[in-house]
Design a protein around this ligand. Sequence first.
Ligand code: ATP
Ligand code: HSE
Length: 319
Amino acid sequence: MAVYTDINEIELAAYLENYDIGTLLSFKGIAEGVENSNFLLRTTAGTFILTLYEKRVDRNDLPFFINLMQHLAANGIECPQPVVQKNGAAIGELAGRPSAIVTFLEGMWLRKPAAEHCYALGVAMAQMHVAGQSFAMQRENSLTMKDWRPLWEKCMADADAVEAGLRVQTEADLAYLEKNWPSDLPRGVIHADMFPDNVFFIGQNLSGIIDFYFACTDMLAYDLAICLNAWCFERDFSYNLTKGTALLRGYNSVRPLEPAEQQALPVLCHGSAMRFMLTRLYDWINTPADSFVTKKDPMEYLRRMRFHREVRSASEYGQ
Ligand SMILES: Nc1ncnc2c1ncn2[C@@H]1O[C@H](COP(=O)(O)OP(=O)(O)OP(=O)(O)O)[C@@H](O)[C@H]1O
Ligand SMILES: N[C@@H](CCO)C(=O)O
């Protein structure tokens, strides 16, 4: 579960006095998620999410995330809105951690998204990219191609114990990606972690996007590549062309991909699979066995990399 920092009702009630959102009725830790501690709060004014930012979030990045959510919400994107304190600040401190309260989004994430959900996702992602073009702040992606090798070097000694042959294979993939990574594609704000658990639906309708804590300035098509990986593979690691086609059709209906972006899709998909394989591998090796956090399997992304390695054109993704 993702409640790394515990809080009690006395400190929480005192903290809420900084806000204009009534008094505390109840709160409980949210088990889902792996990055931060999240609590569901009910107050006399409504339902909210309280987040305590944990180790992987740099305090200096919080204004980017908070302002981004405010900017996107003001531009018609359904996402949590930071609640501002009486003194005007959206970032506070609770239990020794930086903290924020955001509005609660209705809906639920889909364990088994279908092609129509992928279409809706493509539309929403393109709308987010368009809305992000007028966002003034920048944040470098701290998990992009140049960051993969240093991360790999922290894992490689243990890699073959996780999966035989992983070391040789990852070296070859990294060398390929370093040589072929694009640099001149359209850039802007990307979500960078738009997995199914960060996208809520009510029935068939996409009701909102959460968890902007990896958002950064990078190639827009890379965000799409992350989604093709996270939404369009089946449990047996086969690529679902119907879902991929729907996702790309939804995206293109709002922001048509440029020819250079289309051409780069295979390497972007390959790289995004590497990014998630590596962060998962690092956690796999470094998370203590008695931790409450459910570790995510790095090999799911190794299997995807094997697929991407063989792809020769974007049409194989449904473009
Ligand atoms: N604004 C919101 N409205 C409703 N539920 C939310 C909201 N924010 C977070 N949640 C709930 O909290 C859970 C964890 O949130 P979130 O994904 O932001 O955590 P995280 O630790 O950053 O996770 P991740 O592993 O995806 O990076 C979500 O799955 C959802 O159930
Ligand atoms: N979405 C990430 C975890 C949170 O960053 C993964 O599935 O590896």
